[in-house]
Design a protein around this ligand. Sequence first.
Ligand SMILES: *[C@@H]1O[C@H](CO)[C@@H](O)[C@H](O)[C@H]1NC(C)=O
Ligand SMILES: *[C@@H]1O[C@H](CO)[C@@H](O)[C@H](O)[C@H]1NC(C)=O
Length: 227
Amino acid sequence: MNITELNRECLLHVFSFLDKESRRNASLTCRRLRFLFHDAALWPLLVFHSPSELRRDNFVLGAALRHLSICWHSSRVKVCNIEDWMKSSFQRDLCRKHENIVGNFLWKVSSKCPSLRSLSLAGCGHVTDQHICEILQSCPRLKSLQLENCVRITDRTLHAVTTYGTSLASLRVDFCRNVSQAGLQLVRTTCPGLEVLAERSGGMIPDSQPDEREKLGRTLQKLLLYS
Ligand SMILES: *[C@@H]1O[C@H](CO)[C@@H](O)[C@H](O)[C@H]1NC(C)=O
Ligand SMILES: *[C@@H]1O[C@H](CO)[C@@H](O)[C@H](O)[C@H]1NC(C)=O
């Protein structure tokens, strides 16, 4: 018996054990497996570890997607977590490129994956409040949102959580330095049923421009001088 003679359910089961690349490779062998590759039921879960993975044609974004995780810890991506004014022009270009890739991807998620239940983003310095707001609005069944070390995320995302996160049961905001304690408090009081965990976020000091820091330094010096 040839593998392609198995019924759809069996083939989906077999395919479910393969990683994205193997699924794609198998899909290039015949029309039956190509068809299977595009079966939305095969893609309830997607996990990515680098921005370039988002551009490969080895996965399908569809209505069946329930769990999405994007977790980047490489030093090339970490650079995008520092402020723009601290980056070299090479780093700035690289981050802009990543930003476009991630932006396009998340935009597709918000337009194609209304059943998303959990979203986890770690080390994504490119992700903005706008992206999260769009996902919260288009994925009304989102139950779990985890953000770790996403510098661009601010209290705007927390406001969006109180407005659109009607199904949210769990929110984690770890090491997001541009989120304030007041923003977290707002979520806690507005959504008492929501579990809010925040490690270090709210207590971190946002980076400020060098001239502001100089001014602050001078003021401190004066204070010390006259006290
Ligand atoms: C998929 O196919 C490509 C090109 O033939 C090959 O280089 C790669 O190793 C294959 N990957 C897997 C996981 O089979
Ligand atoms: C974080 O907040 C600081 C101070 O408000 C601001 O200067 C900076 O641009 C923000 N960073 C990002 C990446 O949005």
